[in-house]
Design a binder for this molecule. Structure first.
Ligand code: MG
Length: 244
C-alpha cells in the first residue's frame, strides 16, 4: 500500500487528537446562499441595482428635497447648482453593505487641489469616501481620492488619469448605538480602488466633518446612500449594493 493512500484512509475515518474527532469542528449551522457572481459590468445575482445605465433615475432623489436633477443616461453626471447643494440620495436606506460604484472625473482638467473633480460617496449620507481627481494633483492626503475624508489617508494613490472610469468596491459596517444614544460600536470601512486596497477595515471616528473633529451622534440603523455635488461634473455608473 502506498504511503499517501494509507494516510488518506487514516484521516478519513478515525484519526483523533486528545480524544477529539474531526467532525466536532465542522460547522453545518448555516448554509451559505447561492449567489451567481457578476461578470464584467453585470452585478451579482443578489445585488440591488441603484443605477444600471437605463437613464432611469427613479431610485434617487435630491439630497434634501424634491427630485434628483443630475443628468441621467448611460451614466449619472453631477449637475452643479449655484449656492445650493445638489447631491442625490437613494430612496432606499441601507446599513451594512457591499457597494460597487464606478466614477469618472472630467476629461478636461479644471482647477486643482480639492477643486478638481471633487464629489464623494457618503455612506448612510454621513461618512464620506472621497472622490477626487488625484492624478498628479496634490492636496492634503486625508482629502485625496480613496481617503475617508479628513479621517484616513489612503494606503496608496490608485488613481487613473482624468476622463477614465475608476472603481470603488466598498465594504461598510454601520455604527451601532445603545438605547441611551451612546456609541456601542463604531463604523468600519474597507475600500478597494481599481483593484487595489486603499482602506483596510479602518475605524471611523464619526460622521465626516469639514471643520473640526468628528463625533458620533446616534442615528437610524439604515440611512440613504448619498452622492455629493461639489461643483464639478463627475460621473457615476454601474452602482449596486448588497445588503450584509
Ligand atoms: Mg468630496
Amino acid at each position: 500500500m502506498k504511503k499517501s493512500f494509507l494516510l488518506l484512509v487514516l484521516s478519513g475515518c478515525m484519526l483523533t487528537t486528545n480524544g477529539q474527532k474531526p467532525e466536532e469542528t465542522e460547522d453545518w449551522s448555516k448554509r451559505p446562499n447561492i449567489v451567481t457572481p457578476g461578470k464584467g459590468t453585470l452585478p451579482p445575482s443578489d445585488a440591488i441595482i441603484l443605477y444600471g445605465g437605463s437613464g432611469d433615475i427613479d431610485n434617487w432623489v435630491h439630497e434634501k428635497d424634491g427630485p434628483a436633477t443630475w443628468e441621467a443616461g448611460d451614466f449619472l453626471t453631477v449637475k452643479p447648482k449655484e449656492n445650493v447643494d445638489n447631491g442625490i440620495k437613494t430612496k432606499q436606506a441601507f446599513g451594512d453593505v457591499q457597494l460597487h460604484i464606478e466614477w469618472r472625473t472630467p476629461d478636461e482638467v479644471v482647477g486643482d487641489g480639492q477643486g478638481r473633480g471633487n464629489s464623494g460617496i457618503f455612506l448612510m449620507g454621513l461618512y464620506e469616501v472621497q472622490v477626487l481627481d488625484s492624478y498628479e494633483n496634490e492636496t492634503y492626503y486625508n482629502g485625496q481620492a480613496g481617503s475617508i475624508y479628513k479621517q484616513h489617508i489612503p494606503l496608496v494613490n490608485a488613481c487613473l488619469p482624468p476622463g477614465q472610469w475608476q472603481t470603488y468596491d466598498i465594504i461598510f459596517k454601520a455604527p451601532v448605538f445603545n438605547g441611551d444614544g451612546s456609541l456601542h460600536s463604531p463604523a468600519f470601512v474597507t475600500v478597494i480602488q481599481n483593484g487595489l486596497l486603499v482602506q483596510n477595515h479602518v475605524e471611523l471616528k464619526g460622521p465626516t466633518e469639514y471643520i473640526g473633529k468628528p463625533k458620533y451622534k446616534a442615528h437610524a440603523e439604515k440611512l440613504p446612500l448619498m452622492l455629493q455635488e461639489h461643483g464639478n461634473p463627475v460621473s457615476y455608473r454601474n452602482i449596486w449594493v448588497r445588503e450584509l
